[in-house]
Design a protein. Structure first.
Length: 173
């Protein structure tokens, strides 16, 4: 059965392939995900090769939720599910994320609660996440799986980030 999501995938993939930066790719995804499944906040977060930090590379709400800086990785159930096991996380309300997101109060203040965190995999290793947030109870398990599938198309952009990070840090590949 052809769904709006499956019919959008080829165009989305082609457009991402033509984007010449993570910002442009983020904008393309922002537009797609705004239509399906919808969001009030969309971000792209890279896992730093050191495994101890993440870097936000794109934010649809740059003023309220900027893309600058890094955050430490926490050793919690969210990290185990999304980063270690490479499984999508679906939260329906702010209560589902408050133990995992130190900035949950800011998200709650923005009226956000529903969360999809889709890992981006390369050789079965999570190298980044595609993150959508919206009003409480906005997402279904089907939405999460559709985002997870689309998220894999970001692999080249997250690999590019890792390569640049490693070069800046003088890390061996």
């Amino acid at each position: 059965m052809v769904t709006p999501a499956s019919s959008a995938m080829p165009t989305f993939a082609i457009n991402l392939g033509r984007a010449d930066s993570i910002i442009k790719a983020g904008g393309i995804a922002d537009t797609l995900f705004m239509q399906m499944p919808g969001h009030r906040l969309f971000t792209l977060t890279a896992i730093n090769p050191d495994g101890a930090h993440v870097t936000r590379l794109y934010s649809s709400m740059e003023k309220a939720y900027s893309k600058s800086g890094t955050k430490p990785m926490l050793d919690d159930a969210w990290n185990d599910q999304v980063i270690r096991r490479g499984e999508v996380f679906l939260g329906h309300t702010i209560d589902d994320v408050k133990d995992y997101f130190p900035d949950f109060q800011a998200l709650d203040d923005m009226g956000l609660g529903a969360t999809i965190n889709a890992p981006v995999l390369f050789r079965n290793q999570v190298i980044g996440t595609v993150n959508l947030l919206d009003r409480p109870n906005s997402y279904t398990a089907e939405d999460a799986q559709i985002v997870f599938a689309h998220a894999q198309l970001f692999c080249p952009y997250f690999l590019e980030f890792r390569h640049a990070y490693e070069n800046r840090q003088g890390m061996k590949r």
